[in-house]
Design a protein around this ligand. Sequence first.
Ligand code: PMP
Length: 399
Amino acid sequence: ASLFGHVEPAPKDPILGVTEAFLADPSPDKVNVGVGAYRDDNGKPVVLECVREAERRIAGNLNMEYLPMGGSIKMIEESLKLAYGEDSEFIKDKRIAAVQALSGTGACRLFADFQRRFLPDSQMYIPTPTWSNHHNIWRDAQVPQRTFTYYHPESRGLDFAGLMDDIKNAPNRSFFLLHACAHNPTGVDPTEEQWREISYQFKIKNHFPFFDMAYQGFASGDPERDAKAIRIFLEDRHQIGCAQSYAKNMGLYGQRAGCLSILCEDEMQAVAVKSQLQQIARPMYSNPPVHGALVVSIILNDPELKSLWLKEVKGMADRIIGMRKALRENLESLGSPLSWDHITNQIGMFCYSGMTPEQVDRLTNEYHIYMTRNGRISMAGVTTGNVAYLANAIHEVTK
Ligand code: PMP
């Protein structure tokens, strides 16, 4: 028998499969609101001007040497300032163990492996629903998973009471995965006041919050505002973990630029934790890629480029917020009797529309509109050119 005869094809990724189907459709009307990557108002991918300028500066004086095992020191420094605050006492006190990671996914995976190795009896509490890859990441790292209540289907908002109950009922010192902002797939975030209550309850229970921050700046348009949840937990003097990604907010998707950080008790602990994170990375990929890290550190290190970035990230967020408004207004002016308030209440890349899998199938089969069957619309795929068509189709299938 053949050596690999028993290998069955893997199930298709629910998100990446949507793009394949979209590409295979010859219809001129087709719309892709499946993929979680930013598009401009013509539906085209975008390279930020600050990134182009950083690349011009890199060209000519780049060598191709390896980065240190923990990645670019400069990139890590800038990333910590972004997440923890420019003047963070924790940075000054060197209490943060941080390594460059293979974007947000790699940061989550490295943390999961660390958790498995050093806290082998721990579990990870993951919100329902969440980005589907979270389940794969902690599964492959062999960390047992629990879920906690997050989304309230009737209101298409947060189930705050359910969330608080689950926090209270989890064993003391549990690990929780929290989306720092722009929750994927729901677009539903706690308010500042709710974050304070969550933080307070975490303190009582001694839980450990791990923040997945894949959209800093991309949600509100302001990276400081999008870091509010983390800052509240820092004020309350929690130890935290944080996965940062530059995929969305700098448009560096394929560069795999990110950072994993763990706030430790003191500098000595941080040195130990960092050395162990590096040791986990070493047999997997040795050291992280250099180009994206250079782009990030050049942009964040140069006041002029940084302010250009802030302007551009706000431009992306504003376009998406504008499309939310347009989609909702179009649905309302078509006379839809349903409430579409949640389109504008939700934030970030996605709108969790509340449409059923059957309604999504009709959108795809009858209108050539491609999205995941959980009803998640990528707002980045909505443009002034297709918003009316999309609204009409949604109205037809939800009648
Ligand atoms: N976390 C969440 C919640 C995400 O939505 C994403 C991107 N879809 C990621 C992490 C990781 O993305 P990347 O690995 O490209 O940074």
